[in-house]
Write a protein that binds this ligand. Sequence first.
Ligand SMILES: Nc1nc2c(ncn2[C@@H]2O[C@H](COP(=O)(O)OP(=O)(O)OP(=O)(O)O)[C@@H](O)[C@H]2O)c(=O)[nH]1
Length: 364
Amino acid sequence: MSLFSEYLQKLALIGSRNSADVDHNRKQVVNITYLLSMLVGTVSAMIFTAQGWLVESLLHWAGAGVSCIGFLLSIKGHSRSARVLFPFACALYVSLCTFLFYGSDSHFPWLLIILAAYSVAGFRVESGKEQLSVCWFALLVFAFNKLFAPLTTGYASKDVQLFVSLATFIAAMIMIVLITGVVVNKLRKLNEHLRYHAEVDDLTKVSNRRKVLAEAVNVFADAVISNQRCCFAILDLDHFKQINDCFGHEVGDRVLQRCAQTMQNAARRGDWVGRYGGEEFVMVLPNTRLQEAFEIMESLRVQIGDLRIYLDDQDAPIAVTTSVGVAEIKDNTLRYEQILARADAALYLAKKNGRNRVEMDLSE
Ligand SMILES: Nc1nc2c(ncn2[C@@H]2O[C@H](COP(=O)(O)OP(=O)(O)OP(=O)(O)O)[C@@H](O)[C@H]2O)c(=O)[nH]1
């Protein structure tokens, strides 16, 4: 089913140039609706043809043809006409089938519920008028069929009526499930995409400031509740401005990326690395004592110092160093910002004491 749904999505994307387009998802819903109608129409027409029921088969071939026209209209960019054609074609088809073949007792008019679902998914939420009109239209045609169509037509036996009712119900449900599935899948992907961009720093691909601080709050709260230790470290690349000034901003970006990657590799399970801003990074180390954090940072400082970034037009590779300030939660720490402030003070000390070093916060 999911393979079919994936394939359907690919087909539905024909004619969509830009996935960031506002109308993209809606267009996909309209395309899928037509594709499914085409499929249902063709299969039904083939069954009716095999049974030798000429009028029904002609009607269903016509339905498949109209669906094909709707699909072509949609992929050629006539979205509005494509959206509006479906409700009218569907209402006409249901009414003809109900009046001519199955009667209102067959529950065939319930096929009109697809129209209501379609009106919700196929039209802009902003264009409420269109949405409401299609909904009202579907209800009116439904009522018209129920009130004025003969209960039975004599055309179809009770068994056929029952078969038509069941087939209609199953077809309607499959269409709704598939359309909803495609829309929900799209929304899930969109959600993941948005969350990724809300939490990850575009350049370095580590967590951004907002995300790492949110995790710092969680780690701090966990440490307080479970009476455990935790440490925060602030890392600042040394003389980074010189790298930018000598080699350009792009090279500076590459250096930031390599350093962030090294930090991420040094992070243990449960640690968080985030870009605090510019050439400054934060590491959140849950369940870690100050001495242990110092050793981790010392090792990381050496690894960053050992990095060599080669440039095409330069014989000697670029090297960079980093200064680090580390602080631990204390019994009297009330807010996570206090640990950050102490880590920042330790970083200031590391810069003052000559850079390329790690300093611990030893204040009481
Ligand atoms: N390439 C690049 N540079 C950045 C980015 N963000 C900030 N910078 C640069 O980082 C530099 C930071 O310079 P400073 O704050 O003077 O710090 P520094 O040169 O590293 O000196 P110290 O921290 O004292 O060792 C500035 O030149 C900023 O323009 C970025 O995303 N990419």
